[in-house]
Ligand binder design. Structure first.
Ligand SMILES: NC(=O)c1ccc[n+]([C@@H]2O[C@H](COP(=O)([O-])OP(=O)(O)OC[C@H]3O[C@@H](n4cnc5c(N)ncnc54)[C@H](OP(=O)(O)O)[C@@H]3O)[C@@H](O)[C@H]2O)c1
Length: 242
């Protein structure tokens, strides 16, 4: 189990789902947390004693102002994101813009402005998606934004290597969070759709939030110091077989 003792780690999207599970796990492993999301009450509910910051990570001036006051960091789990469905043909440009803002512009701005706050040897973990690795129907703008996150990971692994700052991404498969509930909202048979989602990988189940959090903890910890520039599928084997 990776210890995060003595590390200060920032988590975005920490008010729900994977980010909340990760923040709690990192705290249990000894980290001091900085929690970011748009809903302060949700962040406080995750960890009442953490530094909680209400911030939309896609707003340049807001991220810049936050960065000027943020303490030095040993790591970041840049996990916040949103999902909207639609094909290239069916999606209005607003969908494309929103997916890019929430999923790619946000992490870009966090890295751009917080770069000076990262200590030498820090580690940054991004939440990508396994549908940013392979195309599926009806998720075009989301998938493209997550593919951008995967390349951002690799570019930063190169740019920040001289400071020994590592960057890796976790390309998740489906996990039953608020995001999946929202995705299935208009479903005619929600139960059947959930069952279908859980069968698209060889292990034949949805993932758990803590299974992603545990890998993020490993990548943020010192046991993984030679791992950088990786995009790691965590999807029950789906990426390997489809
Ligand atoms: N669940 C899945 O099946 C799945 C699969 C692949 C990848 N992912 C990725 O996993 C990450 C976490 O998602 P989740 O499943 O845990 O869903 P979730 O519960 O909806 O979490 C998303 C979080 O992102 C935050 N967020 C959204 N837009 C933001 C913005 N503009 N600025 C700051 N924070 C923002 C939300 O908080 P506020 O609303 O309070 O801002 C929320 O806490 C996302 O990047 C998602 O794309 C999820």
């Amino acid at each position: 189990m990776s210890s995060l003792e003595g590390k200060r780690i920032l988590v975005t999207g920490a008010g729900s789902g994977i980010g909340r599970a990760a923040a709690r796990m990192f705290a249990e492993r000894g980290a001091e947390l900085v929690l970011v999301g748009r809903r302060l009450d949700a962040l406080k509910e995750t960890l009442p004693n953490a530094l909680c910051v209400s911030l939309d990570h896609s707003i340049d001036e807001a991220v810049e102002a936050f960065a000027s006051q943020c303490p030095e960091l040993d790591g970041m789990f840049l996990n916040a994101g949103q999902f909207m469905k639609g094909s290239v043909e069916s999606s209005p440009i607003a969908t494309f813009d929103q997916m890019m803002a929430a999923n790619l512009r946000g992490p870009w701005l966090m890295c751009h402005h917080l770069c000076p706050k990262l200590k030498a040897g820090a580690s940054v973990v991004f939440t990508g998606s396994n549908i940013g690795l392979r195309a599926i129907h009806d998720s075009a703008a989301y998938s493209i934004s997550k593919a951008g996150v995967h390349m951002l990971t690799k570019v930063l692994a190169l740019e920040w290597a001289p400071r020994k700052i590592r960057c890796n991404a976790i390309a998740l498969g489906p996990i039953h969070t608020a995001m999946v509930d929202a995705r299935l909202k208009s479903s005619k048979d929600r139960k059947a759709d959930l069952a279908r989602l859980s069968k698209v990988n060889p292990l034949k189940r949805l993932g758990l939030e803590v299974e992603v959090a545990a890998l993020a903890a490993h990548l943020l910890g010192d046991e993984s110091v030679w791992t950088t520039g990786c995009v790691i599928p965590v999807d029950g084997g789906a990426d390997a077989v489809y």
